[in-house]
Ligand binder design. Structure first.
Ligand SMILES: [Zn+2]
Length: 171
């Protein structure tokens, strides 16, 4: 990983670019599920290794789990989130609690595949195209600093787009 939350920045950008087609919550859940692997391995073996769930088949499987049953958990989370907001906050931060299967699928697949694209630059043991290609020839395609800047900048751009869209809608 870049630490899992860094992945959420590009997700926010996808969401800002196509709000009707992408579930950011499913995007985030797919990323979280994939990174359970190195976290669990760290506690079990002391080494945060990247194995099956950091390959295209494994990450896609995690994305499908984020769609079902994950979509149900995502919708429950959004309902919980909306309940915490005051009416004034809800005008800015409230979000629809219904996620269509298509929004969940697009969000989760974008989440899983962008996760691999970012992680393969940082970690040599990520093998995106296993079992066809057993190695990681894309390690270092971008520097670690570059990855972090990319993730944070895409999150900030998404935030600006979201702010402008919300303000325009309120007028
Ligand atoms: Zn990862």
């Amino acid at each position: 990983m870049p630490i899992t939350p860094f992945h959420f920045g590009p997700g926010a950008l996808f969401k800002a670019a196509a709000p009707q087609h992408v579930s950011w919550t499913a995007f985030a859940l797919a990323n979280g599920l994939i990174d359970l692997e190195p976290i669990l391995l760290f506690f079990l073996t002391g080494e945060p290794a990247h194995r099956f769930f950091h390959t295209l088949p494994g990450a896609t499987l995690a994305a499908l789990a984020a769609v079902w049953p994950g979509r149900i958990a995502c919708e429950a989370w959004l309902r919980f989130w909306n309940r915490q907001l005051s009416p004034a906050q809800a005008r800015w931060l409230g979000c629809p609690a219904m996620i269509t299967s298509k929004q969940a699928l697009v969000g989760a697949l974008l989440g899983a595949w962008s996760h691999l694209a970012l992680d393969m630059a940082m970690h040599v043991d990520v093998r995106p195209l296993w079992p066809v290609i057993a190695a990681n020839p894309w390690h270092g395609w971008m520097s670690v600093d570059g990855l972090h800047v990319l993730c944070v900048a895409s999150g900030l751009v998404a935030l600006a787009v979201w702010g402008v869209m919300k303000a325009a809608r309120r007028r």
